[in-house]
Design a protein around this ligand. Structure first.
Ligand code: GRF
Length: 320
């Protein structure tokens, strides 16, 4: 299985970066670090990354427009064919454009139990409030600071006599465990057949006059009536020795099928039995699936078997 390619953005010591990096050394880790980038050319973490043989990039932000700096970072990230961005002590507010480009694919670690204590001085604020616990959260990055959906948290008990520094040191130990685990789970949700089926189901059943119908033990999707409907998609989980989890949809011809499988073997495969009648497998258990693309395939396949009366309605709707 290809590993998800992760770029880490840091501004300072980069100890979380180190935790992510060393966790990635395990053969079973589903991600690899392809780049460590910083807005501070002197960031200590860059030296460590370099010494560990990881590509690095830095661009000081001083005197630059925020948008311009973000764009330069974004270009560096893209050059490394990055699937995910992990912010680890990256002390920059990101432009909405940058955030939008990485929507759903950018994570951050924040040293508090979100939604408590967004922003700075989190440990002192937890102590001042008399909280029993501090902690750390990993969340998806959205346009609002420290506000995206929380993917995982670890609570860290506050001990009598704690000061900000002592609490921070223990929270960091928790961070080093939490971030690699949450990142690994998040990037490998694509190997989770239930999660994938749910996504396919959502797209397939949103098409007009469709219903689900199991076929040879797999989920399938049909268009038309319950009685005389036709299949336009099958969900396939590692059938006949293939390691692919994906959706089978109808191509226009065997030629098209063969060409796609040859040109993009990481996306397409020719399924046993079904392949002979023009069904192609679109692999979903891989990082960076383009769900709009999956949607297009489902719609095309749906169109190829749907009754004219139904596709006509769709054409009319699309004209408006
Ligand atoms: C961590 O406390 C993290 O929660 C916050 O910034 C700090 C980064 O520390 N976002 P380091 O550079 O990983 O040592």
């Amino acid at each position: 299985m290809a590993k998800a390619r992760v770029a880490i953005l840091i501004s300072g010591g980069g100890t979380n970066m180190a935790a992510l990096l060393y966790a990635s050394k395990a053969d079973t880790c589903p991600y690899e670090i392809v780049l460590v980038a910083s807005n501070d050319p002197d960031a200590a973490g860059l030296k460590l990354a370099k010494a560990e043989g990881i590509a690095t990039f830095s661009k000081a932000h001083k005197g630059m427009e925020r948008a311009e700096h973000d764009m330069i970072m974004d270009m560096a990230i893209r050059t490394h064919r990055t699937d995910y961005v992990a912010l680890a002590g990256y002390m920059r507010i990101l432009t909405p454009e940058f955030v939008a480009r990485w929507e759903g694919r950018m994570l951050n670690i924040h040293p508090s139990l979100l939604p408590k204590y967004k922003g700075l001085d989190t440990h002192q604020r937890a102590l001042d409030a008399g909280d029993s616990h501090g902690g750390a959260s990993v969340h998806l990055v959205t346009a609002e600071l420290d506000d995206g959906p929380v993917l995982g948290q670890t609570a860290v008990a506050i001990i009598a006599g704690d000061i900000s520094e002592s609490l921070s040191a223990r929270v960091k130990l928790a961070e080093y465990q939490l971030y690699p685990r949450v990142l690994a789970d998040y990037v490998s949700r694509y190997n989770n057949a239930d999660w994938l089926l749910q996504k396919v189901e959502g797209l397939a059943l949103a098409l007009p006059e469709t219903h689900a119908r199991a076929s040879h033990g797999s989920a399938g999707f049909r268009v038309g009536s319950e009685k005389s409907g036709k299949f336009f998609a099958y969900f396939s989980v590692q059938h006949h020795g293939s390691d692919a989890i994906g959706v089978l949809v109808k191509t226009g011809s065997i030629d098209e099928l063969e060409t796609l499988c040859e040109q993009q073997p990481e996306i397409y495969w020719k399924p046993a039995f079904y392949g002979a009648s023009g069904w192609i497998g679109v692999r979903l258990n891989r990082p960076g699936v383009d769900w709009d693309h999956v949607h297009e395939w489902l719609e095309r396949s749906w169109r190829s078997v749907a009754p004219k009366s139904v596709t006509k309605l769709m054409d009319v709707a699309e004209e408006f």
